[in-house]
Write a protein that binds this ligand. Structure first.
Ligand SMILES: [Zn+2]
Length: 242
């Protein structure tokens, strides 16, 4: 089969590529941005490298990054109709062939967190959901990213011990409650976490509650640094509009 665009099927140069047409319509997240949580800004202000939520820390309702949680977040794309299609096809349409191309976008966005010695870890699915869906889309991306960067991978470092209802339609607070206590470090991997720099991989970041819950568990288990790297992120209206 000649290489085709992951979304439109148009002919492209290499397997896993997106057509120039799709590429132009995607909204890539790039500098200027908050150096901690990666929220894009409209313009760089001299001397300012953190957003209000990151400066305020854990008490701020919008904070994703704080001492006992995530250290840095990086995302490839803004979540919109087009990037949603990429994420949905990977998740539900058995399009595992998309993992290579999408992971290239994620690696590009995450160069400063995918550093030597980092351990690549996907956000886990609960067993029942894994059975119905047959694969974890975050695991598929994490495998491709670790391979591309030559970094260690641990697919089951985290375990989802509770099947949580879907997050869709829940408020930020509701999402936090929903995932509280849902994750734990797999007991046989406890030693791997101590002093580690973990890079969590997921497909979509909405409020960050799932990633925050994972990061808390990892920090409590002794991780030195926990970053998150995501394909697409919901950016509130008016922030960093391109
Ligand atoms: Zn920030």
């Amino acid at each position: 089969m000649p290489p085709q665009c992951l979304l439109t099927g148009e002919p492209v140069g290499n397997h896993g590529d997106l057509s120039a047409n799709v590429w132009q319509q995607l909204h890539f997240i790039a500098a200027p941005m908050c150096s901690a949580c990666g929220l894009p800004w409209e313009a760089q202000v001299a001397g300012q490298d953190l957003c209000a939520a990151c400066i305020a820390g854990e008490e701020h309702p919008g904070a994703i990054v704080f001492d006992k949680g995530l250290d840095h977040v990086r995302c490839a794309l803004r979540y919109d109709d087009l990037s949603a299609q990429l994420a949905l096809r990977l998740k539900y349409a058995d399009r595992l062939d998309m993992a290579g191309g999408l992971s290239r976008l994620i690696v590009q966005a995450g160069r400063d967190v995918l550093t030597d010695g980092a351990l690549v870890v996907p956000v886990p699915l609960h067993r029942t959901r894994l059975i119905s869906r047959r694969y974890n889309q975050a695991g598929v991306l994490a495998s491709a990213i670790s391979k591309a960067c030559g970094l260690d991978l641990c697919l089951d470092l985290l375990h989802r011990q509770r099947a949580t209802p879907r997050q869709q339609g829940l408020s930020a607070k509701g999402r936090e409650r929903n995932v509280r206590g849902a994750f734990r470090v797999t007991p046989r991997h406890r030693d791997l976490v101590k002093g580690a720099h973990v890079v969590l991989i997921d497909d979509v970041l909405t409020t960050g509650s799932t990633l925050k819950a994972c990061a808390r568990v990892l920090k409590r288990a002794g991780a030195e640094r926990v970053d998150a790297l995501v394909l697409a992120r919901v950016v509130p209206e008016g922030i960093g509009a391109i």
